[in-house]
Ligand binder design. Structure first.
Ligand code: CDP
Ligand code: CDP
Length: 232
C-alpha cells in the first residue's frame, strides 16, 4: 500500500519543532510546511503597514490579500525561506518585534481560517510534515502520525539564547528569555480559537535530554512503527 502520509508536529515555542521537522522531511523525502512561518509572515506585513495586532478585521483582510510563498531554508536558524508578495523576508520574520506580536495576530479567527485553508491545500496530497500549534487538533485531525514535541522552559530558553548568539544577535538575559517563552506559550494555549493543545492521540516527546539527532531518530522510529507497521 503506497498511501502518502501526513505527519503533524505541535508544541510550544522553542521545543525544536522546525529543526526536527525539516530534518525528518529530508530523511523521508517529504515536503516540510512551516506553519509558524506563515503566521510570522502576516505579522511582519501587519507591522510594516502599521496595523494594530488587535485589529482582527484589518488583519483578516490583509491575510486574504497577501501572497505567502515558502521554500526550504538553509540551516536551523532559518529553517524556511519566506516571501511576502514577492519580497524575500526570511530574516525579517524571525526578528524580535515579530516574535512579540505574532501570538496576538494569530489569535484572530479570520487570520487563522485563511492560513488553515492554505495549509490544507498544500498538505492534502500527503507526503508532508507540518509543524505548528494546531496541526493535529485542527488542521489535519486525521494525520497519520501526531507528535507533541516539548521541553522544559529553561531548556528552551537556553536553546533560544544559543540561536541568537549563532545569528550574531544580542542575547537578552535568561530571566527575560524565559519570561518571553512563558508568555507566548500562555497566549497560544489560552486563545479561544484553535489553541495550542496536545491532541488526545498525539505522542508526547520530551526533548530536554535529547540531541537534535536523537530526536529525529526517535520520530523516525515512531513513524516506522505507527505508519509503516514495523515492529522491531
Ligand atoms: O518561535 P517558534 O519557532 O516557536 O514559533 P513558530 O512556530 O514560528 O510560530 C510563531 C507563532 O505563530 C506561535 O507562537 C503562534 O502564536 C503562531 N502559530 C499558530 O498560532 N499556529 C500555528 N499552527 C503555528 C504558529
Ligand atoms: O520550531 P520550534 O520553535 O519548536 O523550535 P526551533 O525553532 O526548531 O528551535 C529549537 C532550537 O533548539 C534550535 O536552535 C535547535 O538547534 C535547538 N535544539 C533542538 O531543536 N533540539 C535539541 N534536542 C537540541 C537543541
Amino acid at each position: 500500500e503506497q498511501r502518502s502520509s501526513i505527519i503533524a508536529i505541535d508544541g510550544p515555542a522553542g521545543a525544536g519543532k522546525s529543526t526536527v521537522a525539516r530534518r525528518l522531511a529530508l530523511r523521508l523525502g517529504f515536503l516540510y510546511i512551516d506553519t509558524g512561518a506563515m503566521y510570522r509572515a502576516v505579522t511582519w506585513k501587519a507591522l510594516t503597514l502599521g496595523i494594530d495586532p488587535q485589529d482582527g478585521e484589518r488583519l483578516s483582510d490583509l491575510t486574504r490579500r497577501m501572497t505567502i510563498r515558502l521554500a526550504p531554508g538553509y540551516q536551523s536558524a532559518f529553517p524556511t525561506r519566506v516571501w511576502v508578495d514577492g519580497e524575500e523576508v526570511t530574516r525579517q520574520v524571525r526578528e524580535e518585534a515579530v516574535s512579540l506580536a505574532v501570538s496576538a495576530v494569530s489569535s484572530h479567527p479570520g487570520v487563522r481560517s485563511e492560513l488553515v485553508d492554505q495549509q490544507r491545500r498544500l498538505g492534502k496530497l500527503g507526503g508532508v510534515i507540518l509543524d505548528g500549534r494546531d496541526i493535529g487538533t485542527h488542521v489535519f485531525p486525521e494525520a497519520d502520525l501526531k507528535i507533541f514535541l516539548t521541553a522544559a522552559v529553561a531548556v528552551r530558553a537556553q536553546r533560544r539564547a544559543e540561536d541568537l548568539r549563532a545569528k550574531g544577535l544580542p542575547v537578552p538575559d535568561r530571566d527575560l528569555l524565559e519570561e518571553q517563552i512563558r508568555s507566548r506559550d500562555e497566549q497560544d494555549s489560552s486563545r479561544a480559537y484553535a489553541p495550542l493543545r496536545k491532541a488526545t492521540d498525539a505522542i508526547e516527546v520530551v526533548t530536554d535530554h535529547f540531541s537534535i539527532q536523537q530526536t529525529v531518530e526517535r520520530l523516525l522510529a515512531l513513524y516506522r512503527e505507527k505508519v509503516e507497521g514495523d515492529h522491531p
